[in-house]
Design a protein. Structure first.
Length: 599
């Protein structure tokens, strides 16, 4: 039984394939077409999923699409009558979804008559809920989905039990925690789709000085979230996402009103300096989000009586809030799958069909994120050949795994910046040890080095550590697993000298805990680094430079050549840019004694 989930004509277009209840492959379209947050039709992701399973379009039994035009149809019609633009957007969305079977057949050069799959429409937030609960380790859990807007709702909550979910409630347009965060992100001068995480990073530099005002911007009426609509404009002209077809880049219009500027002062222009006031607005934005989220979760805890929680939707990427849930709401375990945002809708829609529509029992648990493409040694070598690496100024070695791990750990300990390309690409926006850039977390200067030489990011954004799972409690004030880098915890004060390059200004880290099973090779590398230095963690940032994370070997090599990484490890190949004898000597003589000095 093959079920393909497709998130199409929406940001974070993606595909996921579930065969007999097991996830076989999942990937975002941006990894293939190289457009960040790519919207449109996920043709390459679908092709990849089918190829990974060795099947064709004709072998699909079901296709699940995470959008249901009939959901909240009455409210949609009311808005359509009031807003002609909204009506046009709806009509366009309906038309594009109606043609998905034909689009699939055309894209895969198949006769539409060969498609025997049944098509299903799954409401946006039900797909989010399914993406969290049905792949979680829990048999019973409270489940919450929260984001900007999908099928005219912004939030939905449920109890998940076995292979069923019981939805308890939802919050409808225009009230939305996601819209609130995005509107204020725009006000702060960050207009690109997906910039909210930058503002979350900025918040740590400020004080929540505007809390009274923000309690008007977003209010709570009983258990209901209510936006102060005078601060917003999306309820007047719609908030439908559009995308430029040529570039496939998703675009959202302005969501805040002039009244917000009248109350808080003029919005920051994107090229203007970031002042303390902007940091304080970001801090207030974050604190108010947390207040609302924790209230909602406390009510859900009471309503469901569940000890476990699953989160999905864009708000579930707020690792700062996630990390505080344990101390604010009495949930004992929390699961957030790595593609918690809209990319995860394809996964959720497919599992929704398997369990809710077909009534099949649970039998899959997402214990790692490696659901994207992998490449053979010959494919890696072909990419190296294509770029003439064997002829130009590089030292190249092919090493057995043990030596490869030892050499790489030694280079990291000596201060080198290492591109690490291994196994199948990650599902979701976080590099988790397969498409990562790695560095020494003990060196305070490493954040600047990474930014100057490779990443070119805003200086206020922190880097994150990957840490051996069993060491998390020794280093952090919480030890709940964070295998997908979706929780930020305070670093214990006495450990701050160990991880200065991976610690945010407020003393927290957005950590990845690495256990024995999820990624054995990456785990060995960190173990070796710990043996050399006494610190069981490395800085782990995504393998890219202001582009989607690299996916294929050629993209990794291009990024390596374009930036100033010292070393590229791809499969069993180690590629080093040649440098002076002095610099080389310092790398090769790195030792635990040197490490102690830098601690
Ligand atoms: Fe969503």
């Amino acid at each position: 039984m093959n079920i393909l989930g497709i998130n199409a004509y929406h940001a974070n277009a993606s595909a996921a394939l579930v065969c007999d209840g097991q996830l076989v492959a999942a990937a975002e379209e941006e990894r293939f077409n190289r457009v960040k947050y790519a919207a449109g039709f996920p043709l390459a992701a679908i092709r990849y999923c089918l190829k990974a399973a060795g099947i064709t379009l004709a072998d699909l039994d079901h296709v699940a699409v995470p959008r249901n035009p009939w959901a909240r149809i009455g409210t949609k019609l009311l808005y359509a009558l009031r807003m002609p633009r909204f009506a046009r957007e709806r009509a366009r969305a309906w038309a594009s979804f109606a043609t998905i079977p034909e689009e699939l057949a055309r894209a895969l050069e198949t006769n539409p008559n060969q498609i025997r799959a049944r098509f299903h429409r799954v409401e946006h937030h039900r797909a989010h809920l399914a993406s969290a609960f049905f792949v979680s380790p829990f048999d019973r859990a409270a489940v919450l989905s929260a984001d900007g807007l999908g099928d005219f709702a912004s939030t939905m909550w449920a109890t998940g039990e076995g292979s069923r979910m019981r939805v308890h409630g939802s919050i409808a347009f225009p009230h939305s925690l996601g819209m609130y965060y995005t509107a204020l992100t725009q006000y702060l001068g960050f207009w690109n789709f997906g910039d909210e995480y930058k503002v979350m990073g900025l918040a740590a530099y400020g004080e929540p000085a505007y809390l009274e005002e923000f309690r008007q911007i977003v209010r709570v009426d009983g258990t209901k979230l209510r936006l102060g609509l005078e601060y917003f404009s999306h309820h007047r002209h719609g908030a439908e996402m559009s995308w430029r077809e040529a570039e496939k880049t998703p675009v959202l219009g302005r969501l805040f009103s002039d009244y917000l500027g009248a109350r808080l002062g003029p919005a920051r222009r994107p090229d203007a300096p970031i002042e303390q006031k902007h940091k304080d607005v970001a801090a207030t934005l974050q604190v108010r989000l947390e207040e609302i989220l924790f209230q909602r979760l406390a009510a859900l805890h009471t309503q469901t009586g569940a000890k476990e929680l699953c989160l999905a939707g864009g708000v579930a990427f707020n690792c700062v809030a996630n990390g505080k849930i344990f101390s604010r709401v009495p949930f004992e375990e929390i699961f957030v799958q790595p593609a918690a945002g809209d990319a995860g809708l394809s996964l959720g829609a497919a599992f929704y069909v398997w369990h809710e529509v077909l009534g099949r029992p649970r039998g899959f648990q997402m214990s790692h994120a490696c659901w994207g493409p992998g490449y053979s040694a010959s494919e890696i070598r072909a990419a190296m050949d294509e770029r003439s690496l064997f002829e130009d100024g590089f030292d190249i070695a092919e090493l057995p795994e043990e030596q490869l791990v030892q050499d790489t750990a030694r280079h990291i300990a000596a201060g080198d910046v290492v591109g690490w390309f291994s196994g199948r690409a990650e599902w979701g926006p976080r590099a988790l040890g397969n498409r990562s850039i790695l560095a020494d977390p003990r060196r305070p200067e490493m954040k600047d080095i990474l930014n100057r030489r490779v990443k070119h990011r805003e200086s206020f954004r922190p880097f994150a550590p990957s840490i051996l799972a069993e060491s998390a409690a020794e280093f952090f004030e919480h030890a709940h697993p964070s295998p997908f880098m979706t929780f930020a915890y305070p670093l214990r004060r006495e450990k701050r000298p160990s991880l200065p390059a991976a610690t945010h200004v407020d003393g927290t880290c957005r950590l990845q805990t690495v256990d024995h099973d999820a990624n054995p090779r990456y785990r060995k590398l960190i173990e070796e680094f710990a043996r050399l230095t006494g610190v069981p963690a490395v800085v782990n940032t995504s393998f890219n430079d202001n582009e989607p994370m690299v996916c294929a070997p050629g993209e990794a090599i291009d990024c390596f050549l374009r930036t100033h990484m010292d070393l590229l490890v791809m499969g069993n190949y180690v590629i080093r840019k040649r440098r002076s004898a002095d610099a080389e000597r310092s790398v090769l003589t790195a030792s635990p004694q040197i490490s102690e000095v830098s601690r």
